[in-house]
Design a protein around this ligand. Structure first.
Ligand SMILES: Nc1ncnc2c1ncn2[C@@H]1O[C@H](COP(=O)(O)OP(=O)(O)OP(=O)(O)O)[C@@H](O)[C@H]1O
Ligand SMILES: [Mg+2]
Length: 316
């Protein structure tokens, strides 16, 4: 399989008066063509920062000390800003966390989509209007919705507007950060099905970031589990849910609520601070299998079986 995106040892730090917040601190990851790759992990583990690093959208006091991000053969962190601007939207689309709340309240949603299309392509207004209309239909919005203002739309409809706009130019990769958070489960399911449609109909690669393991289970082909600024485990969605290896992954899966499960087991302890990661394996203070080695040596990522990777001293 050919990777469309390769992230190698990416670091994204935020400067502060207390020192650097090492929010993403050595993350490596591959996304393959025409797959849905999920990125999961507790709040604050660095998922959004990782995505911002990949898209080179990190703003001061954030900076990228090291790392490589290769998208379709182009090193995103090295190319001129102008070239990057050309790639964004046309080839690499992004739905930021909370994007549905960033729609302009005084402009009809269709006009906002048309403006974005004109801004990022050579289309004239008539062509952009036609495209916006067809994309709104494609994502399941009724014809009259385009003429409405954001406050007249439900959360799910706003999210569909955002997605229709982001993918209007048929990018090869779309990265969506928490696209279903704050939506009820029925609307969530509709949005997740929409991403699968994009993969199947337009052969897009979708990277979906969420802390919601149940959402990942419904949509992903593969899943990467992030902990403390790094990737802890990667594998097919089936292998990870059927046989999680990393103790952190096991904790995340056992924390998924379900009917009949009256008591949901959480993960003991608190997530560490990016100002001061624990030495050795960053999960060791919360891990019931931790040994003296775990407190000293950061486990490297090891391949366990085909396309299954885990960074834990218990394996390999
Ligand atoms: N501008 C900033 N300045 C300093 N620290 C920041 C900044 N933005 C994020 N951080 C820190 O980086 C860490 C990772 O944040 P990030 O938003 O990437 O987490 P996340 O995994 O996306 O969380 P969530 O699931 O809540 O969206 C957090 O500890 C956060 O406090
Ligand atoms: Mg986030």
């Amino acid at each position: 399989m050919e990777p469309i995106l390769e992230v190698e040892d990416l670091r994204v730090y935020y400067k502060s008066i207390w020192g650097d917040y090492r929010s993403v601190d050595g993350a490596s990851l591959k996304a393959y063509r025409n797959e849905v790759l999920s990125i999961a992990g507790e709040s604050g583990c660095g998922k959004s920062t990782l995505v911002e690093g990949v898209l080179r959208l990190v703003k001061p006091p954030g900076y990228i000390p090291t790392g490589r991000v290769v998208f379709e053969g182009t090193d995103i962190l090295k190319i001129p800003e102008e070239d990057l601007r050309r790639i964004r939207w046309t080839k690499l689309a992004y739905v930021p966390q909370g994007a549905m709340n960033s729609l302009n309240p005084v402009v009809k949603v269709e006009e906002q989509a048309i403006d974005a299309i004109i801004d990022h392509s050579s289309m004239d207004e008539e062509k952009a209007r036609e495209l916006a209309f067809s994309m709104f239909k494609e994502v399941g919005l009724r014809a009259e919705v385009g003429g409405m203002y954001p406050h007249q739309l439900s959360g799910g409809m706003k999210q569909r507007v955002i997605i229709a706009t982001a993918i209007a130019l048929k990018p090869s990769l779309v990265i969506a950060d928490e696209p279903t958070t704050a939506l009820d489960v029925v609307v969530q399911r509709g949005i997740l099905q929409l991403f699968r449609m994009l993969k199947e109909k337009y052969h897009m690669t979708v990277i979906m970031v969420s802390h919601d393991m149940a959402a990942h289970a419904q949509i992903a082909d593969r899943i990467a589990i992030m902990y403390a600024g790094k990737i802890a485990e990667v594998g097919s969605i089936h292998s990870i849910f059927e046989e999680p290896l990393h103790p952190y992954t096991k904790g995340l899966i056992s924390a998924i609520p379900s009917i009949g499960k009256r008591y949901v087991k959480g993960i003991p302890g608190l997530a560490p601070s990016p100002l001061n990661w624990p030495p050795g394996c960053r999960f060791h203070p919360r891990c019931q299998h931790a040994t003296a080695l775990c407190a000293k040596v950061d486990p490297p990522m090891k391949e366990i079986g085909s396309e299954r990777f885990v960074a834990c001293h218990l394996y390999g």
